[in-house]
Design a protein. Structure first.
Ligand code: IMP
Length: 459
């Protein structure tokens, strides 16, 4: 049965269970480890948004993998990885990452697929972004400088290059010549940027296209076919809810739909096929780059969390801003994403604290607010209300059973769950390794008991 022949009735009668893993905060919640742990129960893992601005760190037997574009599922040999149409793909970064994975013994060939409809990042996207970020009068977002925003601008402006076009030599040459002429004029006029050489770019990207061609598929058809065949599929979110282009702290956001809604448009799998949404939240909060952060802590305690949690960007190495757990934000994230399960990561980072403040509400001008402000200026006016919980002052590192956690750590998690607006705790991460994970029994029954089907060859 070809992907296009799947009938609607079959789609509605889904045999497979699918799950979306999203970041509930500003990214860096530790989704990489969680996707890696759960991928044992899924046949396919698909990325649906963002690009190589993401940095998913996975540690297996002490070996560290930082994945930027490739979904974490590929680290399991019987799990296929898909880069969906909603992703912006830098061909050179993709080939570099694939090469590093292959060198590390990871099976990528025949296991990893790139959407023919994904948009391509080209060097002028980085040129425009770097110049624009530093231009006088522009709001500095503090981006990862990977060309993500300008590539999405070209997509929406209907002047982007897609992976399918990258594989067409004639189209690629014409696109690069026209785009370079236009971008060089804009770069020179607005930012006095150095021009980019179209011939050199064509030579480099046509070579890259040949190497990428074996990975390219109609991934919407591939994913829909897998679901119709009863294979469990996981969607791996990148960044986090508060960096979502529509629902985040605009304009201090990334340029794609990081929330669960992005799955449908970013993969071609319909919303009716999504069965579970799992939100990942740190036991505290971090953010990289500019923008509002109501529960931010700037003092020595913030520095302590940064050190203990190794809070430095996986992609840029920038120190992350640290803050306390923010429950209004978590409730907002659960509402936007429809999360029914929560995964709490980095609980062990709080082990040494005698007291742990948690933001339980927001006030503006002394008045309680129940809705999150839509504007950055509104966000800056927020006065967080805190409740201070007692710390447990004992190590939780590596604990795998909820009942073995110190009583106060359990209370902290129960407090978080009770105030999260209905979502239940599914897992707790107590260290970076796969094994350092607590599975809550109800979640384990629902997700882990599922039989994983043997992966079939994608056509
Ligand atoms: P861009 O995605 O490079 O355009 O950056 C926009 C904003 O999103 C900046 O504040 C970045 O620091 C932030 N950002 C992008 N990707 C990530 C991520 O994977 N983790 C955390 N922050 C990110």
């Amino acid at each position: 049965m070809s992907g296009l022949q799947i009938r609607l009735s079959e789609k509605l009668n889904l045999k497979a269970k699918t799950a979306v893993i999203i970041g509930a905060q500003w990214g860096d919640e530790g989704k990489g480890k969680i996707v890696d742990v759960l991928s044992d129960n899924f046949s396919v893992v698909a990325r649906y948004a963002g690009g190589h601005n993401a940095g998913h760190t996975v540690i297996i037997n002490g070996k560290k993998f930082i994945l930027q574009l490739v979904p974490c599922g590929v680290l399991r040999k019987d799990c296929r990885g898909v880069i969906g149409n909603g992703v912006v793909l830098d061909p050179l970064a993709f080939l570099d990452e694939v090469g590093r994975l292959r060198d590390a013994g990871v099976k990528v060939d025949g296991n990893l697929f790139v959407s023919n409809r994904a948009q391509v990042i080209l060097p002028y996207h980085r040129m425009i972004e770097l110049a624009a970020e530093n231009a006088p009068g522009r709001v500095k977002i503090g981006t990862t400088s990977r060309g993500i925003g300008p590539a999405y601008e070209d997509k929406m402006g209907r002047r982007g290059l897609r992976v399918i076009d990258l594989l067409d030599a004639q189209l690629l040459r014409t696109h690069i010549e026209n785009a370079c002429r236009e971008k060089n004029m804009i770069g020179h006029a607005l930012f006095n940027s150095e021009p980019i050489d179209a011939d050199k770019m064509y030579a480099e990207y046509s070579r890259a296209a040949e190497k990428i061609a074996p990975y390219v598929r109609d991934t919407a058809a591939l994913l829909n076919r897998a679901i119709a065949d009863g294979e469990p599929v996981m969607f791996e979110g990148a960044q986090g809810t508060m960096l979502d282009i529509d629902h985040g702290t605009y304009p201090f956001v990334t340029s794609s739909s990081a929330t669960s809604g992005g799955v449908a448009t970013g993969t071609g799998v319909p919303p009716t096929a999504i069965s579970q949404v799992i939100g990942v939240t740190k036991a505290y909060c971090t953010r990289v780059g500019g923008g509002p952060f109501p529960s931010e802590i700037g003092d020595a305690v913030g520095e302590q969390l940064r050190k203990r949690g190794n809070e430095y960007g996986a992609v840029t190495g920038r120190p992350r801003r640290c803050g306390w757990l923010d429950l209004p934000l978590l409730r907002y994230s659960n509402m936007i994403n429809g999360s029914t399960w929560l995964v709490v990561t980095k609980l062990d980072v709080l082990d040494e604290l005698a007291e742990i403040p948690v933001c339980i509400g927001y006030k503006i001008n002394g008045k309680k607010i129940s809705e999150i402000p839509a504007d950055a200026a509104g966000f800056e006016k927020i006065e967080p209300t805190y409740e201070t919980l007692p710390g447990w002052k004992q190590s939780t590192v590596g604990i795998t059973d909820f009942e073995k956690l110190p009583a106060r750590a359990r209370q902290y998690l129960e407090f978080l769950e009770g105030a999260s607006g209905g979502a239940r705790i599914a897992m707790v991460s107590t260290g970076p390794e796969r094994e350092q994970t607590i599975f809550m029994p109800d979640f384990a029954r629902e997700i882990l008991a599922r039989e994983k089907k043997a992966g079939r060859q994608a056509s």
